[in-house]
Design a protein around this ligand. Sequence first.
Ligand SMILES: [Zn+2]
Length: 209
Amino acid sequence: MRGGSDIFKDALFDTGSGGPYHARAMGNPLRDRRTPSELAASGQLIEFSEKINIFERLAEIVGGDLETLDPDRLPPDWRDRVVSGQLNFGFADAQDRLPMLQGKVTVTLDLVCQRCLEAMQLPLAVELRLLFGGDESAAVRDDGYDIWELEEDTLRPLDLVEEALIMAMPLVAMHFDSKTCQGPEQEEQHSGEKIRPFAALRSQMESDD
Ligand SMILES: [Zn+2]
């Protein structure tokens, strides 16, 4: 294994407040732009632990979502949430013609619950099993790989991680647990009373029969 989270942390601290990154000179594999074949041929393994703030588009989406909250309701550390994961590049075929990536990325996002409009935490865990290529890759598509289309010849693993996380975000975020969700049904209840919105809904449906 090369790299390690310490290197990335140093790179992050160097940059201060959102200035240009100089990590390329340090050979940060997460930020370096390379072809899938180069990554695969070197068997590139990338383990990372990075604050969400360096994923600019993702941070923009989360920040935009949180904008609807009153400032005093804003989770103070949402920019410090850590995106961590492991990316493992290689070839999917014996002839070394089909670059692939297997990996896992996790993060907990702060979002606004669209039912109760309060802040909520959404854990995301994304499994990656990707092939880079066109027609040839049809042969192994049945192995459970997804095809990752590249607009350019090269890719930045950081961009790929960001895109995968954005794709994994739900269209509408809501508290999983109705007990933590201060949804509309619950505002009619007296505070301190045990909230059972679904039981109330059920009895309402039964009385409708
Ligand atoms: Zn909620």
